[in-house]
Design a protein around this ligand. Sequence first.
Ligand SMILES: *Cc1c(COP(=O)(O)O)cnc(C)c1O
Length: 373
Amino acid sequence: MSAPKFSVTRNPAPASPQRRADVLAAPGFGRYMTDHMVTVRWTAGTGWHDPAVVPYGPMTLDPSSMVLHYGQEIFEGLKAYRQPDGSIASFRPDANAARFAGSARRLAMAELPEDLFLASLSELLAVDSEWVPEAGGEDSLYLRPFMIATEVGLGVRPSSEYLYSVIASPAGPYFSGGVKPMDVWLETEYTRAALGGTGTAKCGGNYAASLLPQSVGAQHGCAQVAYLDAEERQWIDEMGSNNLFFVFRSDDGSVEVATPDLRGSVLAGITRDSLITVAKDLGISVVERRISGQEWLGGAASGVLTEVFGCGTAAVITPIGTVKHSGGEVTVGNGEPGPVTLQLREALTAIQRGAAPDPHGWMHTLVPASASV
Ligand SMILES: *Cc1c(COP(=O)(O)O)cnc(C)c1O
């Protein structure tokens, strides 16, 4: 099926060039939105219809729209990068499209076809291309596709109507002034996801449930929370929005890079998957296995665990310095970003900004150089 044609309604009052330049000079993350957004509707019996690029602005929702009561909401997050030739590309958006469909399946929502997902990004960027920062750095335009249940009524069942939308927000480099490690709270009371639950879907409900433990971690000075499995409270799953990697160095100097295997309670990060491949390209093998909280604490204490980092689209790789928990805290290595962490981060970000070859065909052009400003 070829994607249906989008109607385009230009924003009659877009940001002035000066305003846009001011925003792009210091965008932060998620604070400013571009001039337009995408909307596509789904209705049972009709399927997907009325794909449109419209001015960014408030949406009207009936108070009994199902999403407001039973939480059928899913989302994605990916970045568009200006390439050295002026084109705009994103990183593995087909993988985001596939994951979005998988999240929809788990929440009994309508599945958006992959070509419509990709077209929605290109259509938005064709109109908002001036919001994509210059090439060469880590600045990007963050894209947020999401979908909500819009059927009106309080009956508990899958909605018969959905609204898919994409909004976009310029993002500055995650680390301004060098990659800095963060402290992480190892949570032993609350869990993120149970086998058979929604942990493998990217849904707002998972994030709602993570906010209380997140604030507990923040009270201990931690930027993120690492979760243990819900059954045995022993095995590291991941953090609230990042997967985890561990670097072990044995006495003979050999290095093992490990990441928790994708048991049914871990979100399959595209950064995680890409790093496993990038590491292999660099001659570093990554094993996917169970890693216990005890192995983290004990390994950091004994020194065999030399690096730990989180990974996800927003920061790509974030080194972890100290892990804190209800019984104390321990610092990994010397608390500074380690060599494997930095090497992997540089290798992946170089592909994304178009500064290194793309041997796996991960970069997907959304707007060709000729059509972009
Ligand atoms: C989005 C997300 C990640 C990271 O996924 P990427 O595709 O690498 O951005 C990791 N864990 C959770 C829970 C997430 O929601």
